[in-house]
Design a protein around this ligand. Structure first.
Ligand code: ADE
Ligand code: ZN
Length: 329
């Protein structure tokens, strides 16, 4: 089978983390910012571990300084995703990096990203929706301002709220105010958990923050009672196997628990997280899953169906994408 032609639905993609290194180098040159130290001799992002990755990520993001920069970034990212067969994508957007959590500035950045998404839909046939994310290691006070940006712009396009960053910073419960604010504005919820912290963090994301999806969540596998509960409650995991392997959550693809979670009835989906940082794409994730676990077209269809069901878009958009999946070659 060829994974290339399979239509794909991605739920977990950080817009800044999807920036090709060449795109960031171009912006740095335009603005005369010296960030040459974040690249290796092949021009790829260079980092030693997850915490260093977060630093390099933020250094790369420092070149993104205007709505126009984010418009260009969004257009470039969606072109890459569409080339990998993605027909629908949800991206994490950070008001922290888009005007410093000022609601007025955030509206301008958001409008620029929506303009790029509309163009990509017309030209590349890919649909995008946005999820505002707060950054855990920036702390709960900044997260409140981020949630207000999200609540003020909640709607058909900006459909979710989440949290990323250093999972070991503070407690998830410190972010309850931000998540309550977002939920009350009608936003759907997801949180990074069970990547760098254990199963208890996944429980907290569900029980305390009321998340219906979990970013990663893979370390739930360390507690089978939790795995069964996730399956029973239909909690969806946004699994990013390539990210987990490159960052060292698991030593190799064979050790990754995605197949065990799926076999035990958990709703798993597949995403790239920050593709150029992890030398991946949706096509490569699918290929590696096929090579490692022998996933065939039937399994990929099931994964894509699960992803679309769990998407935070409205029903009309979901039906449109569904028809697109049915029409495939
Ligand atoms: N931000 C970007 N990528 C991330 C990841 N894998 N975990 C937490 N925060 C992130
Ligand atoms: Zn992530």
């Amino acid at each position: 089978m060829s994974v290339t032609t399979l239509p794909k639905v991605e739920l977990h993609l950080h817009i800044e983390g999807a920036a090709p290194p060449s795109f960031i180098r171009g912006l740095a040159a335009e603005k005369k910012i010296d960030i040459s130290g974040i690249f290796n001799e092949r021009g790829e992002y260079k980092y030693t571990d997850f915490w260093h990755f977060l630093e390099i990520y933020e250094a790369a993001t420092s070149t993104l300084q205007s709505p126009e920069d984010f418009r260009r970034l969004t257009r470039a990212v969606l072109a890459e995703s569409a080339a990998s067969g993605v027909v629908y994508t949800e991206a994490f957007l950070s008001p922290d990096f888009c005007g410093g959590r000022d609601v007025g500035a955030w509206r301008e950045y958001l409008a620029a990203m929506i303009e790029a998404a509309d163009e990509a839909e017309r030209q590349d046939g890919i649909t995008m929706r946005g999820i505002v994310t707060c950054i855990r290691h920036f702390g709960p006070e900044k997260a409140k301002e981020t949630a207000i940006c999200a609540a003020e712009t909640a709607g058909d396009w900006l459909t979710g709220f989440g949290i990323g960053g250093d999972e070991r910073a503070g407690e998830l419960s410190d972010f309850s105010w931000a998540f309550d604010c977002a939920r009350e504005a009608g936003l759907r919820l997801t949180a990074h958990a069970g990547e760098w912290t254990g199963p208890e963090s996944v429980r907290e994301a569900v029980d305390v923050l009321h998340c219906e999806r979990i970013g990663h969540g893979v370390r739930a596998i360390e507690d089978l009672a939790l795995v069964d509960r996730l399956a029973e409650d239909g909690i969806v995991l946004e699994v990013c196997p390539g990210s987990n392997v490159v960052l060292g959550v698991y030593p190799d693809w064979r050790s990754h628990p995605i197949e065990k979670l799926r076999a035990r009835g958990v709703k798993v989906t597949v995403s790239t997280d920050d593709p150029p940082f992890f030398h991946t794409s949706m096509e490569r994730e699918f290929q590696m899953l096929h090579d490692t676990f022998d996933w065939d077209e039937g399994v990929f269809d099931e994964i894509t169906r699960t992803s679309l069901d769990a998407a935070f878009c409205d029903g009309e958009t979901r039906s449109r994408i569904e028809k697109r999946l049915e029409r495939r070659p």
